[in-house]
Design a protein around this ligand. Sequence first.
Ligand SMILES: Nc1ncnc2c1ncn2[C@@H]1O[C@H](COP(=O)(O)OP(=O)(O)OP(=O)(O)O)[C@@H](O)[C@H]1O
Length: 553
Amino acid sequence: MRIELSNVSFLYEKDHALRDIDAQLPSGKLTVLCGKTGSGKSTLLHLLSGLEKPSSGTIVYSEANPRQRIAIVFQAPETQLFAGSVRQDIEYGLELKGIPRQERLDRTSQALAKVGFDPAAILDRSPFLLSGGEKRRVVIAGALALEPDMLILDEPTAGLDPSSTKDLLDVLVQLRSQGLTIVISTHDLETFFPLADQVMVMLQGRTHYNGPARELVSSPHILESAGLEVPAATRIAYRLRSQGVPVDVPVSMDELLSALSAHKLSIRRKSLDEHPDTAPNAESGQASSGSGGDAPSPWEALETSGSLLKRLDPRAKWLGMVILSLAILHTSSLWGTLASLLVTAVILKAADISWRKTWKFLSPFFLLFIFLWLFAAVSIGSGDVSIGPFGLSYSGAIKGGIGVFGFLFIIALGLAFTETTSGVPLREGFEWGIRPLRRIQLPTRDLSMAVSITIQFVPWILEKVGQLRKALASRGQDTIGMRKWTPRQISFLFVPLLIIVIKMGDELVSAIESRGYDRQAERTSWYKLRWSVKDTWVSGLVATASSLLWWFG
Ligand SMILES: Nc1ncnc2c1ncn2[C@@H]1O[C@H](COP(=O)(O)OP(=O)(O)OP(=O)(O)O)[C@@H](O)[C@H]1O
């Protein structure tokens, strides 16, 4: 499959992740995509696979139905495994395509063999209990079982040991020789340059270079100006050339070694003092001590810039959040709901959060809230309108609607709060608020830590849900919206999500313990709470708005 991109740009919210990309990905070739972190590689892969649409520009595929013909393997393999056994996991995509049972099993076994497994030994194992390298190969087998025309791999060697990496490279070389078009995003230039038919270097969302790897290593300044390290073999070759050894610039260490075998090298020993590279670096000895004197802590530096809400003292935000939430919950009229909507909108604007982001954040709650709304409006037997055995009451519908919208506004306020307050200020502010409870022996410090971690977990979990949805969609689901998903597919989201959350919780506990967390010991805070005039003004405004809502809403 051949792909042609013309003038392709992509925006997340308001920020450009890709700008004006023009490129061709030739059929049956292996293209390596590299660039510094954040340069737009993963975004480009999502566009190529059809999981995202360009904000502008066009992507033309040489075949019809590209979504069905392109398989993508994302960065973290654990986000793509969801079934109880390796076999079920790989067969999932085939089931969606309506492939009969026996053919499914044959294709699954063949795909597992292609990535170096003994199918009989692994088919019934739980994918969650495999090692990182094995999980990655199972995910690739799942992609290959779909018999795609193009395979896209995002960081396939990250976290793999050298022998697993070599196994993976052998698989890729074999697949390319069978005509598969392969696109790989990677930071591992040493490993993939020797394989690449074409290299695309990304820089700040643009194509910085597009051409053969050999030309790229012949002009190492291109890699350097993109913030990438020139591969070791290339650097050694340049050093040798500068010292009079006539070697061609290689794309791999093997190539360099075989070029060197033609030369008789005599290595002159230099004393250490002659080496500028090994001279002690006076500046490096002056690393910052961390105590920093009056220098602001990392959190303080972060929170003195950005939106108005970001610059407020966390105590002002906690107070505002609590009194506004109480006032919103107290409203009982449609006017009160409209006023709450207005206040929430103003706060979201002050937090610089777009409507699109708010909508995306709230949408997972809609189903639950519609159910709660119906629950408030519908009763058995009585009501203003009868539908079979059920009755619909207008007053119940209005009361339920007011309550449901109130909760949605409070969740949106929570979004504004967590988006503008990082972990430490959030915890310090909360701890300050509940400090009086220490007198009744309440463990306020543990409580504030638990609350701050839990609050920060919410956006993280939503992001994981998004990744899992994309992983399922990449197996052949036609839409990445939730509406066309069956309950079984939705249930597939929960097992891996639960595993990810439990694993994250476990790692968090180990991290806290390994840092010597002692509940009794006094703590030195990195972050100083500072109340300013602006906090007083904003708190006054929020208190006035909350009082008006309370009395007139
Ligand atoms: N879901 C998102 N919402 C908002 N911005 C995003 C999102 N995902 C990525 N970005 C931004 O888009 C830009 C490109 O990100 P992308 O993940 O494509 O880079 P990358 O080159 O793949 O990075 P890495 O090598 O670290 O994986 C970055 O500035 C990133 O912060």
